[in-house]
Ligand binder design. Structure first.
Ligand code: NAD
Length: 305
């Protein structure tokens, strides 16, 4: 069998189109423009790229983008004060604090200072609790993107055996909650799981969120299973030659060994071009959802859990 490749880039473009169409209607019918504030503390180069991309795509969807770039030595009180102002600002419907934060800042305290209704990352403790108890919540972007792709691929997920590898608060745990919400039989595997190969072999749906390059080989995959590879790992790619400074070029691979898994799976997401592009698309979708809820306007269908 050769798996169907799930094109996350194309799917994310469709999600963004849907968001943009709804944003245009919100403006025309209600005079409301959704606004997203992104807070970046420090100069981490990867975070700067993410924040730039988020701002660009927010504007392309017709929403307002507010960027707050703070120096690495920002005092905690000053950051909390900024969040309080953003929480109170009616033009801002979504707030995202780019993680990781410099080590002198208390990440838990800061994440929980964001108004849960504006918490478009879905990391606030009350959104975590709402998701776990099946209430309306803001859903973390990466697992939400995975859920959208799975529903699009498989239709109903009810009764399917799902194995999530990884138990982080950002991906693994919320992913498992979402799959449970869609009536899958869910197993969460992690670094202490015994005989992971055997656990993965029973899965109709495999979501790999570990951060170990190509650790899931094709021989672990049940024939016909749907495989969602969340992992982003940078490995050396000597086949691409050397950089100008003589260092080896790098490339991205997932947690799944794509070549062997694609021989067995029914469908699989590539890395890059799978889950990654869906994450920002879901951030935009969450901002729109938060704006609709704040204004008592009907939410667009299919953009949340
Ligand atoms: P994390 O380090 O917080 O969690 C990794 C999890 O993997 C842990 O729960 C751990 O128990 C489990 N694990 C470690 N070794 C294992 C093993 N040998 N067998 C089974 N489980 C094992 O990582 P995270 O934040 O959840 O991210 C996971 C991966 O997903 C990373 O590669 C990250 O870059 C990527 N990621 C991608 C996106 C995206 O937008 N595509 C978003 C977030 C994270």
């Amino acid at each position: 069998m050769t798996a169907q490749i799930i094109d996350g880039k194309a799917f994310a473009a469709k999600v963004r189109e849907k968001v943009a169409a709804h944003v245009a209607r919100l403006k025309d019918d209600h005079g409301i423009t959704p606004g997203l504030a992104v807070v970046l503390v420090g100069e981490d180069p990867a975070s700067q790229v993410y924040v730039r991309n988020k701002g660009k795509q927010t504007i392309e969807c017709g929403m307002s983008s507010f960027e707050h770039k703070l120096p690495a030595d920002t005092a905690q009180e000053d950051l909390l004060e900024l969040l309080d102002r953003l929480n109170a600002d009616p033009e801002i419907h979504g707030i995202l604090v780019q993680l990781p934060l410099p080590s002198h800042l208390d990440e838990e305290l800061i994440v929980n200072r964001v108004d849960p209704d504006k918490d478009v990352d879905g990391f606030h403790i009350s959104n975590v609790g709402r998701l776990a108890t099946g209430q309306k919540s803001m859903v973390p972007c990466t697992p939400l993107g995975c859920l959208m792709m799975l529903r699009n691929q498989l239709g109903s997920l009810s009764g399917k055996e799902a194995v999530v590898i990884g138990r982080s608060n950002i991906v693994g745990k919320p992913m498992a909650q979402l799959l449970l919400g869609d009536s899958c039989t869910v197993t969460i595997a992690h670094s202490r799981t015994r005989d992971l190969a055997q656990v993965v072999r029973r899965a109709d749906i495999v979501v790999a969120a570990v951060g170990r390059p190509r650790m899931v080989p094709g021989e672990w995959i049940k024939p016909g299973a749907t495989v969602i590879d969340v992992g982003i790992n940078r490995i050396e790619a000597p086949e691409k030659g050397a950089n100008e400074d003589g260092s080896v070029k790098m490339r991205l691979v997932g947690d799944v060994d794509f070549d062997s898994a694609a021989q067995v799976a029914g469908a699989i997401t590539p890395v890059p071009g799978g889950v990654g592009p869906m994450t920002i698309a879901c951030l935009l979708a969450n901002t729109l959802t938060a704006c609709c809820r704040a204004n008592g306007v009907a939410e667009p269908e299919g953009l949340t859990a």
